[in-house]
Structure formats: structure tokens, C-alpha cells
Design a protein around this ligand. Structure first.
Ligand code: URA
Length: 234
């Protein structure tokens, strides 16, 4: 099996419209015995959802109830990428609908962002790890082509990396989230080039650190989200 991450030829700038590779005409025709990871850019999020639904690239496919692809505005300028589905997400098929998601909704509302209209949200891992354990690097690696397809399709100008797992899954950096949160990072390479990225604390961390005092993680995160909101309104 070829390395899944290298199976996707990159279009010129990773931008919609720059794709000159063939488009899969019938993604629903993919089966578990066919090469699951398409070697071209998928035409739309519907095709991505169908393809992810067939994915068995790692063992999480055996325990998942549903693949959790994404939700929100597929044309949004802002994409948030989290870690992995939990129990509620696995049950509903929607990202960030559990306790972390409710807190995230609240923080987004505090800075005037509506989760359904102003952004698109997804995870680095599309299937729930058992007992909500941390995703394994090999699982993130196997899932990365789907995330790349998603970034290419939504084509966000700004990406918020929600938590340390998203930070390392997308940028491959080992630097800690506390070090990098709130900083603008310039995306590099065919897919991320031209996009602005900002690491953010994960809402599950904020649930464990609920103080609203200035300088504490919650208020830092509200400040970070406000800067994301300003950036997409420019
Ligand atoms: N729910 C998600 O969908 N992703 C997370 O990272 C946490 C909770």
C-alpha cells in the first residue's frame, strides 16, 4: 500500500479551480476493496463524505458508529480543526456537539461568530478513538489525506488549530500549544501556502481551567478567537 499522504498529487496552489487531475465521477462506487484514498482531488464535500464513509485505513473504522466529517459553512473563510470525535460526535456524526463543543459555541458567540454560518469545523481524525484516548500518530497519518481533501474543498483563508493534536497533525510541529497559541503562522507548501493559521487552546482544556480571569486560558482563547474573527472580516 503506498503511503496514503503521498497518494494525493497536489494541484498548483491547493486552491479550488487549480485542479487539473481527473475528478472521481462516482465516489459512491468506491468499496472497501478499492483504493480508498483517491489519488486526485475530490470534487465536493459530498464526495468526501461518501469516501470517508468507506474508509478502513485504520482500526478505528471497526469501532466507530459513524465517520464524523465536518459541519458548518462549506464556503466559510474560517476553518477550525479539532482533534477527534468523542462519544456524542460518534453517535450524531457531527463534530463538536459534546461538552467541548458547547463551550466552543459559547466562546464563538462571545466574539460574534456563529458556528453554522461563519466557519466550517472538522477534526484531524474522522473516527472516534475508543474511550476517547488520544489519537495515535499512525491514525492521524492515515486520516490526513481526508483532512487535506477537506482543506482543499473548503479553501479557508484562515485555519484555527484547536489543541495540540491538531497543531501537530497539521503542521507536524512538536512545539507545545501554550508556546504557540494565539500566534499567526504562515502556511507553507502547496496546500497550506497562502493561508493563515493560529493554534488555539482546546475547549476540553478550558473545561478543566474554567477561570474567567484575565490572562487565564479561557480569556486568552476568547482573545484569540476575536483575532480570528477580525481577520476573516478584513
Ligand atoms: N469533539 C470534536 O469533534 N473534536 C474534538 O476535538 C473534541 C470534541
Amino acid at each position: 500500500m503506498p503511503d496514503p499522504a503521498s497518494a494525493i498529487p497536489r494541484p498548483g496552489y491547493g486552491r479550488r479551480g487549480s485542479c487539473n487531475t481527473p475528478i472521481l465521477p462516482h465516489p459512491e462506487g468506491m468499496t472497501s476493496t478499492s483504493p480508498l484514498l483517491p489519488n486526485h482531488w475530490l470534487p465536493d464535500l459530498g464526495a468526501l463524505t461518501l469516501a470517508c464513509g468507506e474508509c478502513q485505513q485504520c482500526s478505528l473504522s471497526a469501532s466507530r458508529q459513524q465517520v464524523v466529517v465536518g459541519r458548518g459553512n462549506p464556503k466559510a473563510r474560517l476553518m477550525l480543526i479539532g482533534e477527534a470525535p468523542g462519544a456524542e460526535e460518534d453517535a450524531t456524526g457531527l463534530p463538536f456537539v459534546g461538552r467541548s463543543g458547547l463551550l466552543l459555541d459559547q466562546l464563538l458567540a462571545e466574539v460574534g461568530l456563529d458556528r453554522d454560518h461563519d466557519l466550517y469545523i472538522c477534526n484531524g481524525l474522522k473516527c472516534r478513538p475508543p474511550e476517547n484516548r488520544k489519537p495515535k500518530p499512525a491514525e492521524l497519518e492515515a486520516c490526513r489525506p481526508w483532512l487535506e481533501q477537506q482543506i482543499n474543498l473548503v479553501n479557508p483563508a484562515v485555519i484555527g488549530l484547536v489543541g495540540a493534536t491538531a497543531l501537530s497533525a497539521v503542521l507536524g510541529t512538536k512545539a507545545g500549544i501554550s508556546q504557540l497559541r494565539g500566534q499567526w503562522l504562515a502556511g507553507e507548501g502547496p496546500l497550506l501556502g497562502g493561508r493563515a493559521l493560529m493554534p488555539l487552546f482546546h475547549p476540553s482544556y478550558l473545561l478543566r481551567n474554567p477561570s474567567r480571569l484575565e490572562g487565564k486560558p479561557r480569556s486568552l482563547t476568547v482573545g484569540d478567537l476575536a483575532r480570528l474573527a477580525r481577520r476573516i472580516s478584513q
